[in-house]
Ligand binder design. Sequence first.
Ligand SMILES: *[C@@H]1O[C@H](CO)[C@@H](O)[C@H](O)[C@H]1NC(C)=O
Ligand SMILES: *[C@@H]1O[C@H](CO)[C@@H](O)[C@H](O)[C@H]1NC(C)=O
Length: 184
Amino acid sequence: MFSFVQRFQNVSNHAFSLGIVIVVFIMASSYYQLINNSAFSLPSDIDNVKTLINVRTSRYFGSQRGKPKENMKIKFDLNTDLTPLFNWNTKQVFVYLTAEYNSSDKIASEVTFWDKIIKSKDNAVIEVNDLRSKYSIWDIEDTKFDNKDVVFKLHWNIQPWVGLLTYGETVGNQTVTIENPEKV
Ligand SMILES: *[C@@H]1O[C@H](CO)[C@@H](O)[C@H](O)[C@H]1NC(C)=O
Ligand SMILES: *[C@@H]1O[C@H](CO)[C@@H](O)[C@H](O)[C@H]1NC(C)=O
């Protein structure tokens, strides 16, 4: 009996170790394939960014004690081909557009305006004009957005069938100075 249990443990330990070897192999080879496909330097074109500002006084929009709070949305054009992110170990790709700006001398902010889940290689080419951001954002400080320099970037992360998430960003960030945003 004892030896049966022991043997069973030996066999399952072996199976477990083999499983780890296979997972590591899959991770390494799909990572290698990403590098081979230049996945970490894919170009993107973020263009024609228009900003819209809504002044809100509800706390659901970041206002405190009814003080007017700027909420910003954007419209933008985006062209990119994320096909190289898809290989046999790619389950889906999460792609998101961020904006970086300085809220103040001390606080650097990063916000997300738009995101999308891409489930197949066939949908990995993005060509959109005048797309509305999904999210409206407000600053954690009381900064006004007018005259701010904002850097827009497209990031991605790959959710694999086996292994860990892989993160990256495209080449082609856009710096936009917000000027006279449309107030709505
Ligand atoms: C934020 O401030 C830092 C330091 O002054 C500067 O290097 C950086 O370019 C600024 N970022 C933006 C988006 O203006
Ligand atoms: C924007 O892209 C350029 C060129 O790839 C890079 O050198 C620069 O660091 C990027 N800027 C930011 C804020 O990431």
